[in-house]
Design a protein around this ligand. Structure first.
Ligand code: GLN
Length: 288
């Protein structure tokens, strides 16, 4: 079969399984023949040999089964970095670039801020911030050693020396430190959300968080203030229906200046809160 015919037939087969059927077909075909995607357009008349055809069928079957293209290729672009991903990490989403953008607006480019990324996964957020703010030190934690191995590899591949990775649950491994800013894209999907079925290839522990999806955000709201410098901010990604609930539980934990920001599609997805001087954990020796 010719390359152009292989793309056309795979696109038709992927139609129901993918919103980007043609692009997926091209990516999988280029992987099957171990050539860049541009080769497909330059050589549409090339014939697929039987071994490549077999490889293509195997990859197509995985995609038809619902596996994300990022796991099949092992990579995903985020903030213009090509990152390795594995089933131990969530696939970085474009919406999360809104969180990075808000963080960069808050971080001065000429200061050495200490920044914490909680639940870093593939390291996408930490690496994006570290690359844009070379004078800052980024610490990234995750409870999954397998995820951290991927994240550390990504930091190496992007030649970043200002990001460190520490294994542990949320703030536990950094209890004795103080940060200017904390960012996190925690799990926030409800345990019984039907969307989890479509996300079944991704780690459930990175997605689901209790009956209302807010169990981990509750932990962060309660535990982050004490490791923030006075006036420091917490920035949290969450689901579009969670704006009021997240604001409410941050207020209950004493946070100030709570504000929600929209993603590019206009959905409320990132809430920012400032550490309050009256908040639990505030030490009177600190000057706000
Ligand atoms: N945005 C993801 C989704 O719903 C969830 C990511 C998360 O739970 N942190 O597909």
């Amino acid at each position: 079969m010719r390359l152009d015919a292989a793309i056309a037939s795979a696109t038709a087969r992927l139609g129901d399984a993918s919103e980007s059927a043609r692009l997926d077909a091209e990516i999988l075909l280029s992987k099957s023949i171990d050539m860049p995607r541009t080769y497909l357009f330059a050589h549409p008349e090339d014939e697929l040999d039987p071994a490549a055809m077999q490889r293509f069928e195997t990859l197509l079957a995985r995609r038809l089964d619902g596996e994300p293209i990022a796991y099949i290729t092992g990579k995903r672009e985020f903030w213009s970095h090509e990152l390795q991903v594995s089933p131990a990490t969530l696939v970085p989403r474009p919406e999360t670039e809104v969180l990075v953008d808000l963080a960069l607006r808050a971080i001065p480019s000429d200061e050495n801020w200490q920044i914490l990324d909680l639940g870093t996964g593939s390291g996408a957020i930490a690496i994006a911030i570290a690359s844009e703010r070379p004078l800052c030190d980024i610490t990234a934690t995750d409870i999954s050693a397998d995820a951290l191995a991927i994240a550390a590899g990504n930091a190496r591949d992007t030649s970043l020396a200002n990001v460190e990775f520490i294994e542990g649950r949320w703030t536990e491994p950094v209890q004795d430190r103080l940060f200017h800013l904390i960012v996190s894209n925690p799990p926030y999907v409800s345990d019984d959300d039907e969307a989890l079925d479509a996300l079944r290839f991704e780690p459930r522990s990175a997605l689901a968080s209790g009956a209302d999806g807010l169990d981990d955000i509750r932990v962060l709201a309660a535990d982050c203030a004490v490791i923030l410098k006075p006036g420091g901010c917490l920035m949290l990604e969450h689901g579009e229906s969670q704006q009021a609930a997240v604001a409410g539980l941050l207020a209950d934990s004493g946070w100030a200046n709570i504000a929600c920001h929209n993603d590019l599609a206009g959905r409320p997805r990132v809430t920012v809160a400032r550490r309050n001087v009256t908040q639990a954990g505030y030490q009177s020796s600190e000057t706000p």
